[in-house]
Design a protein around this ligand. Structure first.
Ligand SMILES: Nc1ncnc2c1ncn2[C@@H]1O[C@H](COP(=O)(O)OP(=O)(O)OP(=O)(O)O)[C@@H](O)[C@H]1O
Ligand SMILES: [Mg+2]
Length: 261
């Protein structure tokens, strides 16, 4: 395939660029840091409805951290603020760039007919030879375990395979931070494990990549280097995967005890 045909068109979410605010106070090995982030939506009546309240979080470079919490607690809003898609009402943030946001629905982010063309798609904005494009595409697909699917039509892939192609697109663009919002929600167990292993493997392949992974699935915590738990717009617990799992299980047990008493 002539990869030059995929250049010049750009609808994929580009790598996002963060503000250097607060960078001067951050130690070098931190890839994501938010301090006292708050966010409110304005109602039509001009009232402010608080969504995030004083959230602070820090993710060291090269690690996979997870963000969990009940529906509506503010996980996606916090991730969008870190991605630069929403502006916080107050607080400061630093996110290493380039960064890429991958959405829950894989059909919203794979745009080209074949896997190879889709991963090459975002490279059109760089000045690269065709060989360099091929190398980047091939390495990125290798990192997510999809190199044998290079010529496959995207619409024939499973949901998890499409997610892996979307992640490969971000890796090919040399994104340093991956912000991943509930990629495994609609996937069966095989696809779920495939996607999470692809992310983990990408971090192993390049110790410069950091990922923040939003999920509802507790079993994924075993792949995490650390995790945050949110409730009602606040980050209420930070710890390693097993301590967050214990915390959530205790929370759920106490909720069931209350509702059954
Ligand atoms: N555009 C919007 N206008 C008003 N309120 C919004 C908007 N987007 C989100 N919210 C509200 O902000 C709160 C947090 O939403 P958010 O999507 O961040 O939660 P979440 O933790 O990602 O939930 P889920 O687990 O269901 O994905 C919710 O109460 C939601 O209704
Ligand atoms: Mg969400």
């Amino acid at each position: 395939m002539d990869l030059s045909t995929v250049f010049g068109v750009s609808t994929r979410i580009p790598c996002l660029h963060s503000s250097p605010r607060a960078r001067s106070n951050i130690t070098e090995n931190v890839a994501i840091e938010g301090r006292n982030l708050s966010f409110s939506f304005a109602t039509r009546q001009g009232k402010f409805f608080p969504i995030l309240k004083d959230c602070s979080l820090r993710v060291p470079s090269g690690q996979l951290w997870m963000l969990l919490g009940p529906n509506g607690c503010g996980k996606s809003t916090l991730l969008k603020i870190l991605a630069g898609l929403l502006q916080p009402t107050s607080g400061t943030l630093y996110v290493t760039r380039p960064k890429s946001f991958v959405f829950q629905n894989p059909d919203h982010q794979v745009v080209m007919p074949t896997v190879e063309a889709d991963v090459a798609f975002g490279l059109g904005k760089f000045i690269l030879t065709e060989d360099e494009v091929r190398q980047r595409v091939s390495k990125a697909l290798d990192d997510v375990g999809m190199s044998t699917y290079m010529q496959r039509p995207v619409q024939t892939l499973s949901g998890g395979q499409k997610q892996r192609v979307a992640i490969a697109g971000a890796l090919a663009e040399a994104c340093k931070v991956l912000l991943l919002d509930e990629l495994t929600t609609f996937l069966d167990q095989n696809d779920q494990i495939g996607v999470i292993k692809a992310v983990k493997n990408s971090l192993v392949a390049s110790d410069e990549i950091t990922a923040l992974w939003v999920t509802h699935r507790l079993e994924e915590l075993k792949y995490a280097d650390g995790a945050f738990y949110m409730e009602n717009g606040r980050v209420v617990k930070v710890g390693d995967g097993s301590s967050i799992m214990d915390f959530i299980n205790a929370r759920q047990a106490s909720y069931f005890n209350q509702t059954n008493s």
